[in-house]
Ligand binder design. Structure first.
Ligand code: HEC
Length: 122
């Protein structure tokens, strides 16, 4: 029992020491694979472009003028909410897309951590 407690403390500590999520290495590739077909430089559905950090940090929601990302708050960030929702008619990428599939849990986790860590251009 003691051993298990000790082991879980070690595992928890290892988790805390994790490197922060990198926008360039981990997030932009997800956006490139699943979003830029519709939110890129040439086509920008909803007037949202995700081809670069600057372009999507300067994009806004379709209704109103909310930013897509609120650094530090993934659950208030449209970008995350729409990828994570289990309501297919709201979800991004949309279910009408035959080529782009929803984000798997590992990618959602990266996105969530990156926003929670301040959505930096790192
Ligand atoms: C097949 C095309 C397509 C793909 C792929 C796609 N989107 Fe969209 N997205 C749209 C369209 C169309 C709209 C505009 C909807 C509207 O006008 O209400 C939109 C709107 C949005 C909005 C704004 C919604 C709002 O509330 O204003 C966000 C945020 C968004 N997309 C995020 C993403 C993300 C993140 C990805 C990739 C994981 C993605 N989209 C992939 C077509 C797409």
């Amino acid at each position: 029992m003691r051993y298990i407690t000790l082991l879980s403390i070690v595992v928890l500590m290892a988790g805390c020491g994790k490197k922060p999520v990198s926008f360039k290495e981990q997030i932009q590739p997800i956006l490139n694979a699943r979003c830029t077909q519709c939110h890129g430089t040439d086509i920008h559905r909803g007037r949202i472009a995700m081809a670069s950090y600057a372009s999507f940090m300067n994009s806004h929601t379709v209704s109103g003028k909310e930013p897509l990302v609120i650094p530090g708050s993934p659950y208030q960030s449209r970008l995350y909410i729409l990828c994570e929702t289990n309501q297919p008619h709201f979800r991004m990428p949309p279910d009408t897309s035959k080529t782009v599939t929803p984000l798997p849990p590992a990618e959602l986790e990266l996105l969530r951590h990156w926003i929670a860590e301040g959505a930096k251009d790192n």
